[in-house]
Design a protein around this ligand. Structure first.
Ligand code: ZN
Length: 446
């Protein structure tokens, strides 16, 4: 039996860092410009009080995941380790702020707040402290997942919840995952710092194969921490797992305990938005679409919004087919609808198609172009005149005398072949029904 659990690190979309007023936008600034004495740990610097917006966003996540908020005042601990990205030589990390939650049958053990370290480029020996002090939450699950597919579905669901709550600092980054995995007869292995859901899937599959191989040759799977090497697609041993003692946790005397009052919790709880599973149920109920399509849309917040607007304009049936095609193309590109620029162009494309100004092959072609080229604006295609279609029909008949003969001998398949030739020659610039009608006219006349 496989057991998988996660520690998920989510950078919170607050304006300022956890204990200082520096901007959190570490990707949008020159290295070491969003910094101050606090987040670079200059001698004599003292952290400000905790950023309340970070606590608020952490609580939103905790409540959406059904956690109980811990009542006693929240204390911050110093977790010691030594690395160039950590100027204090310790990371400030809170005690659990919430416990005992659940998402899709997976128990959430706890959620706590911590500060992100800076970024260290090992190869060049450069360090950037723009990220140092950015608020994070760590969501810790129990090892309740039993397969790689379930693990992937769980992370997608969690990702959607975070999107709905609008708490991510950089939605395009999403979250970082530490995955722990064990199979029967082996120890638990932790794979650190995996940056995407696809990579989690690859790392877990790799580990399952590795564990089985070790066990089947009489070896033992050591309890250890491994690193996911994205480029090579393998995990590499980092170190024997440190125990809690190695971090020498102490309460941080610079940060006063923070009391979360029950009123704030209730205010946040009552303001929670519709969550993905609720949206799915509503789509099934309101629009009568099947559960799997509803879930596909619900997992992509902006696609779900787009779907509802299309329903209002073009009806459920059209909106459903358009959005399923769109979802397919997004999946193929491994992106969310939020990652696509210029959403208005998709409304325009739907208008063009559902009012019959472009044909189906052109609509599909335009859908791909609209996704791939941010400058492409779909417009009504140049429609061929009846005369031009007639010309093409004559050419097709001339080029395919055998098919014409077969058609006259009563072979229905021959007509399909000729129609296919028409479609490819007109490149979708002719309405198919019209093309068939003209083709038949020409056949009768010749
Ligand atoms: Zn700072």
């Amino acid at each position: 039996m496989v057991r998988i659990g996660f520690e998920i690190h989510v950078q919170l979309g607050t304006e300022s860092k956890l204990f200082c007023p520096c901007s959190t936008r570490f990707l949008d600034a020159e290295p070491n410009t969003n910094v101050c004495p606090v987040c670079t740990a200059q001698p004599g610097s003292k952290p400000d009080g905790i950023n309340e917006d970070a606590v608020e966003k952490a609580l939103k996540v905790a409540l959406a995941l059904g956690c109980d908020v811990v009542e006693k005042p929240l204390r911050f601990l110093r977790k010691h380790y030594f690395y160039p990205d950590l100027p204090n030589n310790y990371q400030r990390t809170s005690e659990p702020l919430a416990v005992n939650g659940e998402l899709a049958g997976v128990r959430i053990r706890e959620i706590h707040i911590e500060e992100d370290p800076g970024r260290y480029e090992l190869r060049e020996g450069l360090v950037d402290y723009n990220r140092s002090g950015v608020p994070l939450i760590e969501i810790v699950t129990e090892p309740d997942l039993r397969s790689v597919e379930d693990a992937r579905d769980f992370l997608r669901h969690l990702r959607a919840v975070l999107d709905y709550l609008d708490v991510l600092l950089y939605p395009q980054i999403g979250f970082r995952v530490d995955a722990n995995i064990s199979i029967e007869g082996g120890e638990r292995v932790e794979v650190k710092n995996i940056n995407s859901i696809q990579s989690v899937v690859k790392a877990l599959k790799y580990e399952i194969v590795r564990h089985k191989r070790v066990l089947s040759t009489g070896g033992r799977v050591a309890r250890e921490t491994r690193h996911w090497d994205e480029a090579r697609g393998i995990t590499v041993s980092l170190r024997e797992k440190e125990s809690v003692d190695d971090y020498r946790y102490i309460v941080d005397p610079d940060i006063p305990p923070y009391r979360i009052d029950a009123e704030s919790v209730e205010r946040i709880r009552s303001a929670l938005p519709e969550l993905p599973h609720q949206k799915k149920e509503r789509f099934v109920r309101e629009y009568g679409i099947d559960g799997s399509a509803a879930w596909t849309f619900a997992l992509d917040k902006e696609l779900a919004t787009f779907f509802e607007k299309l329903v209002a304009k073009h009806g459920v049936k059209n909106a459903l087919s358009f959005c399923l095609n769109l979802r397919g193309e997004l999946n193929y590109r491994n992106i969310y609808f939020a990652d696509v620029q210029g959403k208005d162009r998709f409304y325009k494309l739907a208008d063009l198609y559902f009012t019959g100004r472009i044909t189906k092959p052109v609509y599909i072609e335009y859908l791909r172009k609209t996704l791939d080229d941010p400058d492409f604006v779909p417009g009504a295609q140049e429609q061929l005149s009846d005369e031009a279609i007639r010309e093409i029909a004559l050419e097709v008949l001339k080029a395919n005398p055998k098919a014409v003969e077969d058609y006259r001998a009563g072979e229905k398949k021959a007509l399909n072949f000729l129609v296919g030739q028409m479609v490819s020659k007109t490149k979708g610039r002719a309405d198919p029904k019209k093309a068939i009608r003209i083709l038949q006219e020409v056949l009768r006349a010749s």
